[in-house]
Design a protein around this ligand. Structure first.
Ligand code: EPU
Length: 420
């Protein structure tokens, strides 16, 4: 297993290019199953979660061809019904996103239950309720979800989400696209990645309105056609580099990033003493003064994203004063806390709240990555820790960050990837 050796103390400076969002790519790859032709996606990040999703699509006979410049062509003309096996959905929960397109296209689907993961239990009840509201019959047997359409196929309906789940909104959207009649999705997720999925579905011929709001309306169509779409850039990758610049007292231009996609993150970084503003090509981030402790609470978009919670906590470890970090999206997304403490941070956990008391310095140590965002928070902390830090199990990083170590090195970091 590869590991990273990081010698802290260098400023992150210059510019870095952000790629397409992993969390936009995964549902859109699944959406290719809804069409019977080609879907061409550009700006697809080279991360291993995308590879896992493509391997899953291969099970259904979708031919994926990667071209130059992060282009991906998905040909679903020879798609066939098959089951989504445990081994793949276990490795990547987003595998559940094939359920709705399979059901819409073939009238039945069999997808492994994803199970829990390092960041929480992560149930799928809202996905199943959405399909039920559109007329599917769903049962769970031996760890598999078996879904089938009732006579006459999927029909439009009213999907009311008890919380604005991103995945369940995407499931409802994909199922409704080919259902008969109108579907109303209430309390829909407003995240930019959901709106980006709508753009792709619309390019394929779907009729959808209201994306970016809590009420989305879908008029079902009979069939979808070939389409091309350029993926939205990754706001979490952008936020991660913004924090890399901030934690090292650096100065970075984040190419391709959009401040408006970051929701409340920009204002929170400003309150912590980081300057952040839009540039012609993306975002500028500078920190020249001291960091100030700031309280945050993770919330659905446009609130502070849970996917930047660990990185923000790393930043707060060296801020003046104390800060409180409340996690409300997942019940146990704090695997990074003991590891940050190994680097000399002072973080106390109580339930879903972390109290971070800023320290003057972090110190290099051996630490273990446990999930994607926890891993990157350790890399960020290591950038300012005195001495050398070894981050083990970095395959988690490669799931969602394209060439993180190489990009940071180009911005001045001292990082070495060691194989085996
Ligand atoms: N939830 C339910 N029932 C459901 C679905 C969700 O209770 O049927 C709960 C979840 O357990 C969680 C909350 O609702 O507590 C939010 O879950 P959501 O469905 O919004 O998350 P997701 O679609 O499974 C996406 C991202 C995650 C990100 C979350 C929250 C993708 C592929 N994944 O997951 O990304 O943390 O939204 O913003 O879009 C990551 O990139 O590191 C990552 C984990």
């Amino acid at each position: 297993m590869d590991r990273l050796l990081i010698r802290g103390g260098r400023r992150i400076e210059g510019s870095v290019q952000i790629r397409g969002a992993k969390n936009a790519a995964l549902p859109q790859i699944a959406a290719a199953l809804l069409g019977s032709g080609r879907l061409e996606l550009t700006n697809v990040p080279e991360v291993t979660d995308v590879d896992t999703m493509l391997a899953l699509m291969q099970e259904f006979g979708v031919v994926a061809t990667r071209g130059t410049g992060r282009t991906l062509v998905l040909d679903a003309s020879g798609a066939r019904s098959a089951q989504a096996p445990y081994d793949m959905v276990r490795r990547m929960r987003a595998g559940i996103l094939v359920l709705a397109p399979l059901l819409a296209r073939f009238g039945s689907a069999r997808v492994s239950m994803p199970g829990g993961c390092a960041i929480g239990a992560r149930p799928i009840d809202l996905h199943l309720k959405a399909l039920d509201a559109l007329g599917a019959e769903v049962n769970i047997e031996s760890g598999y979800i078996n879904a089938r359409v009732k006579e006459g196929g999927l029909r439009g309906g009213r999907v009311v989400l008890s919380s604005p789940s991103i995945g369940a909104t995407e499931t409802a959207l994909m199922a409704a696209t080919l259902a008969r009649g109108e579907t109303e999705i209430l309390n829909a997720a407003r995240d930019p990645e959901v709106s980006d999925l709508v753009l792709t579905l619309a390019a394929m011929g779907a009729r959808i309105a209201g994306e970016g709001t809590h009420r989305i309306l879908v008029q079902g169509v009979e069939a979808l056609h070939n389409a091309r779409h350029d993926l939205i850039t990754d706001r979490i990758e952008a936020g991660t580099y913004a924090i890399a610049a901030a934690i090292t007292g650096g100065h970075l231009e984040i190419l391709g990033a959009h401040l408006e996609h970051l929701g409340s993150v920009g204002a929170i970084l400003e309150s912590a003493g980081v300057q952040i503003w839009p540039s012609d090509r993306g975002l500028m981030v500078v920190r020249s003064g001291p960091l100030q402790g700031i309280d945050i609470t993770t919330e659905p978009y446009p609130g502070f994203p849970t996917d930047l919670q660990a990185q923000f906590m790393a930043l707060m470890t060296i801020a003046l004063g104390a800060s409180v970090v409340r996690e409300t999206i997942y019940e146990s997304r704090f695997m990074h806390v003991p590891e940050l403490n190994r680097l000399g941070a002072n973080i106390a956990l109580q339930g879903s709240t972390a109290l971070v008391r800023g320290v003057e310095k972090l110190h290099g140590a051996e630490v273990m990555a446990t999930d994607l965002r926890a891993s990157v928070s350790l890399v960020l902390a290591a950038l300012v820790a005195e001495g050398e830090t070894t981050v083990h199990r970095i395959y988690h990083l490669d799931r969602g960050y394209e060439a993180l170590d190489r990009k940071l090195v180009q911005c001045g970091a001292d990082i070495q990837r060691v194989a085996g």
